[in-house]
Design a protein around this ligand. Structure first.
Ligand SMILES: Cc1cc2nc3c(=O)[nH]c(=O)nc-3n(C[C@H](O)[C@H](O)[C@H](O)COP(=O)(O)OP(=O)(O)OC[C@H]3O[C@@H](n4cnc5c(N)ncnc54)[C@H](O)[C@@H]3O)c2cc1C
Length: 441
């Protein structure tokens, strides 16, 4: 099927993931308690939770399992929030809703680890922690505040001094860092396919190649139509994220797309492993232009950044920026860094960068706006959406249901402007403090 999204088959994950379980497009009529549209982490974990509780569930996927962000992300599973501190979240969402979401998100990796263990999902899952480094002295105060707020809600995090940061990351560049012990990383497409296998094992069905064309009332339930069949269900959940195509009017206008890219080196000399991220943590260099990296299960470094200017437009330059940053952070690297894979994906950005749950009609909801931290978030959202499908009153859900609304027009430029602003701020503050700047800063 043609796609307006970045190609799916260019990633390292596509080349190395175990095959998906056998599944067929929907043909003819199916009946279910719940029909889920979209087979990414959010849809699959919802299906899994529901099927485990005895509900009959059909999942419809336009392309293939994991085709969206779930099969092409960088594989970091860090159970925190991006962009906002916990106090900012409380102010933005209100204490009650924020506390519920915080509790879900900060325990999301327990869920991921349990699914992986219980269903034997082979996805190179390691839970060796995450480090956010401080390339500027001035960042240390914020890392102390972060530690205090996350530990107050039960996370296991701590501030690292310069020596510990170097011991854990192998990089001598940082003034210190923030360590989150429970964070992990994985092979994203393998995880998505493994979740689909778990859903099937629990007795639900998953139909790839089944784009939902429309959803209309049928008696007290809904009829969800695909090219070769339809599902009649009491409840319908759209979990189509940044990759939403049709299905429900205007759902694709509830967010704005932000592209992001990921690259993977060829397999590196095993000796380097002792020097570069020797503890197999995931790593964020702490700069606003967001350079994150980790080892994959085959001995490659996987790194990711947002496009900006020529970065992301010009492939040669993009590879150079990625390599120069890695070598600058790790001066021990003597060999040439060759990026064997470079691929792109799309994020569903919201001006409030937390998931949004929309009530579309009685018995129909949609969830979009994950805004880029979807591995733990999509994993934990299955719990919330399945609560809704099981009839939990709205007031007791862990996300507030709101009417569908269009993302504001300024969101078309806001993420890019914000990134640019963060980059300038970083550079200026580093220069004023006499702190080092990475190449291409
Ligand atoms: C390049 C990249 C790197 C990222 N890195 C990270 C990271 O390291 N860590 C992290 O936590 N998050 C990361 N993310 C974000 C994360 O991957 C996503 O937020 C998450 O996977 C979204 O999951 P989802 O289930 O909500 O949606 P998706 O995985 O996008 O799934 C939605 C599915 O719905 C299907 N669909 C759409 N319309 C229809 C229709 N009409 N009928 C049927 N099916 C339909 C799509 O084909 C798609 O498969 C990254 C994202 C990208 C793109």
């Amino acid at each position: 099927m043609t796609s307006r999204f970045s190609p799916f088959d260019r990633s390292l994950w596509y080349a190395t993931a175990p095959a998906a379980p056998a599944m067929e497009p929907l043909r003819g009529e199916a009946r279910a308690d719940v029909c889920i549209v979209g087979a990414g982490y959010t849809g699959l974990t919802t299906a899994l939770e529901l099927a485990r509780s005895g509900a009959s569930v059909v999942v419809l996927e336009r392309e293939e399992v994991g085709f969206g962000g779930s099969g092409r992300n960088a594989g970091h599973c860090t159970p925190t929030f991006t962009h906002y501190s916990l106090d900012e979240l409380r102010r933005m969402l209100g204490e009650k809703w924020a506390e519920r979401l915080i509790a879900r998100q900060t325990r999301a990796n327990d869920k991921a680890a349990a699914y992986i263990r219980d269903y034997g999902i082979e996805c190179d899952w390691v839970q060796q922690g995450y480090v956010m480094g401080a390339l500027r002295r001035g960042q240390m105060a914020a890392l102390h505040a972060k530690t205090e707020s996350y530990n107050a809600v039960g996370a296991r995090t701590r501030v690292l001094d310069r020596h510990e940061t170097e011991a854990i990351t192998g990089s001598p560049r940082f003034f210190g860092g923030w360590h989150h012990e429970e964070a992990g990383h994985l092979q994203p497409l393998a995880y998505a396919r493994g979740l689909a296998g778990a859903v099937l094992r629990e007795g639900a069905s998953v139909h790839p190649g089944s784009p939902v064309l429309g959803c209309e009332r049928a008696g007290s339930g809904w009829k969800v139509t695909t090219p070769d069949g339809h599902v009649v269900a009491d409840r319908v959940i759209f979990t189509t994220g940044a990759y939403t195509v049709g299905g429900w009017p205007k759902l694709d206008q509830s967010f704005r797309i932000q592209r992001v890219f990921v690259a993977a080196t060829r397999q590196l000399d095993p000796e380097l492993r002792a020097k570069l991220l020797p503890r197999n943590t995931t790593m964020h260099d702490g700069r606003g232009d967001i350079y994150v990296y980790k080892w994959d299960g085959t001995g490659r470094i996987v790194a990711s950044m947002f496009p900006m200017g020529r970065r992301g437009q010009d492939e040669g330059y993009t590879r150079e920026v990625l390599a120069d940053r890695l070598k600058w952070l790790h001066p021990d690297i003597r060999e040439d860094i060759v990026w064997e894979y470079l691929w792109f994906g799309e994020l569903d950005m919201q001006y409030r960068t937390v998931p949004r749950l929309y009530g579309l009609a009685p018995g129909v909801v949609a969830l979009t706006g994950l805004s880029g931290r979807g591995v733990p978030t999509g994993t934990m959202l299955g719990g919330i959406l399945s609560d809704w499908a099981k009839g939990t009153p709205e007031a007791d859900l862990d996300l507030k249901i709101e009417p569908l609304h269009r993302a504001p027009a300024w969101m078309a430029v806001a993420p890019a402007l914000k990134l640019r602003q963060m980059r300038h701020y970083e550079n200026l503050t580093a220069r004023l403090a006499g702190d080092p700047l990475p190449p291409h800063a």
